[in-house]
Unconditional design. Structure first.
Length: 85
């Protein structure tokens, strides 16, 4: 798990580096064949690379309950949260 988390952090650092953005745009065009208009609207998401708490996931509970994915009052289990070292 620690190696996976380290790899995600490394990938994120490469993706958010402006010097790599044009290479990524080229990848979207060539490997995925995305229309240029769609690629032009794309921006890099900001991945969270710090330790997270259960409280930071509470906002999603009512949304998931409303969609019928979970039951009302669900509390995310502490052991399911990935923690960055």
């Amino acid at each position: 798990m620690a190696a996976f988390q380290a790899a995600i952090r490394e990938i994120n650092s490469l993706l958010v580096d402006p010097e790599n953005f044009q290479d990524f745009v080229t990848f979207l065009n060539t490997d995925y064949g995305l229309d240029q208009a769609l690629v032009d609207r794309f921006s890099m998401p900001n991945l969270v690379t710090r330790a997270l708490t259960i409280d930071e996931f509470e906002y999603i509970v009512p949304i998931l309950a409303e969609e019928g994915i979970i039951r009302e009052g669900f509390k995310p289990p502490q052991d399911l949260i990935f923690r960055a070292p």
